[in-house]
Structure formats: C-alpha cells, structure tokens
Design a protein around this ligand. Sequence first.
Ligand SMILES: [Zn+2]
Length: 328
Amino acid sequence: MEIPGHLLPPGESVRHPARLRVEGDGTLQVDSFAYCYRGHLDEVVVGEALGSVPRTLTDPHGWCFVPRDGALMARLLEAHHGRGRLARWEQRGSLLALALVVVVLLGFKLLALPSVSGALVRLLPPALMSEVGERGYQALLKSHQLQPSRLHKTQQAQLQARFAALSATLALPRPAPRLTFHHMNESIAFILPDGRLVMSDAMVKRVDNEAEMEALWLHELGHHHYRHGMTRLVSAGLWGVIATLVVGDVSGAADSLASLSWVLMDLGYSRDLERAADGYAIRQLVARHGSSEALATLLRRLGKEQGARWLSTHPSMAERIAAAGAAP
Ligand SMILES: [Zn+2]
C-alpha cells in the first residue's frame, strides 16, 4: 500500500513531499528528495489521531511522516496491528487461552479496576505526578499536536495571574496547577497529572468573559482534585506500573505512564468523571458567586460549536447544562 504525504525533518516545519510504502509484513519505506528511510512498522513511533490531525509516523532519526489521507493511514495501521497481534498470540498458545485471558481481564476491569487504580493513585507521590505530567507533555510536544501559542504575551500573563489567584484559594493536590497555552486546531482544554492545564488559543478566544473562564478552569481543576487523569493512566497501564513501582523504579513507572500519552489527551472521560468535575465546579461557583450559571452558559455556547472537544459526548449535554443551571 502506498500513501502520499510529506516529511518533516526533526525540529523543523519545512515540508518535503514524500511517499510511504508498507509491505504486508510491516516493512516500510519512506521516500522524498530530501530523505529516505527503510525499516519496519515496529521501529517507528505512531502518533495518535487528534480530531482532523491524522496519525503520523516518526522514524528513529526523528523524521516525521504526515499522510495526506488520514483515513487511508488509519486503515493501514489497523490492518498491520491486527495481524501482528494475532500472529504473536498464535505463537503463544491456543485461542482458548486467549478467551480465558479476555474473561479474566474483563472481570478484573468490571469488578476491581476502578477501585484498585483509584486507591493506587492516592498513594502516588507528587514527584511521580510531576514526572509523568512532564513526560506526557513532552510526548505531546514531540508529536506536533501542541504548537506554540499565538496569543499575545500580555494576554497570556494576565490569564495566568488570574488562574494562579483562583487556584491559590483551593485545596488541591500537589503539584500545584499552572496554565499553559498552545495553538491547536480545536477548542480544547485538558489538565495533565502534574496540574498543567493546557488551553488551546481557540478555546481562549471562545471563552471571552471572566465568569465563564473561571467555570472552565474550575471544571478542569475538578479533574485535578479527583486525580482523574492519573486514575485513567493507571487503569490503562496498571500491570506495568504496579511492577515498576514494586521494584521501586519511579522513573520506569513514569516511562510506562508517559508511553500512554494518548490517554492524557483523551477527553472521553466517563459520564461519572465528567459529572464529578462539573459538580466540583458547581460547588465552587455557588460558594463564590451564589450561582453556577456561568458553567451552564459556557456549556450552552460551546455546545453550539461543531466538534468542541472539551465537551465529551458521553454525558448528555442537556443533563450537564441542567445541573449547572439548577444549582442555586
Ligand atoms: Zn471534563
């Protein structure tokens, strides 16, 4: 299969027209006038798809291939992934063994995982949260998903000062939250396990009044308060993390978690987690202003925007607006 696209040299944004060719066994070749790479799909880093941004491949030398057709790339990776996994399972044993593992994992996930990962997260030291957050952030920067902010420095500083003043009044887990801006294609905001709240420029422009900005920040700080991001990371990589924590290798545990950076950006929190974060914001808004109407108006307005990723599709929007609007 051959996919047209372009190559980005390490740390540069010059685009070189390129073609990616992948054989059935996963060997791949990227050709451009500037650079060629021959290797295997297992040796390259596959970026996560983010909204309209397609999945990219970064080779061991740091050259990043960006496909013109994201859907074609997704199909290719899916086909290879499925084949590779099945081949490994066939080597290890019968389908019966696979079925047993699935049953055990499903049982574990349904019965014990949420409470196990929640309890584990409460035991994690702030130093580990810092390391995981920082590594996850660096992974996102490297994957070209976060571009430098185009907001005026004065505006950034003003917002950061207001955010610092707000979070200083709250009893939040360490590390202390802070605000970072990036240019991205979508209206998006998310908080990393180290308390770094990343807002896209588009989101800043969308939320143009102080009350709604406070409501958005409080919702994200709610996720931080309950350590939702870390809980999801631990749920996703539980085995590796437990193993590395048991042998006392904190940086190894951070590696396991940071390699799951897709979870960091995944805003598809469950309905319960979104409800908990909304609840936190509502309580804080009511305590400060006697009303949580700002959250309701923010949700209402963002709801009209197509593809506003801050709004998970899981919780019913009407339910969230009603809850925020109904609070005294
Ligand atoms: Zn949320």
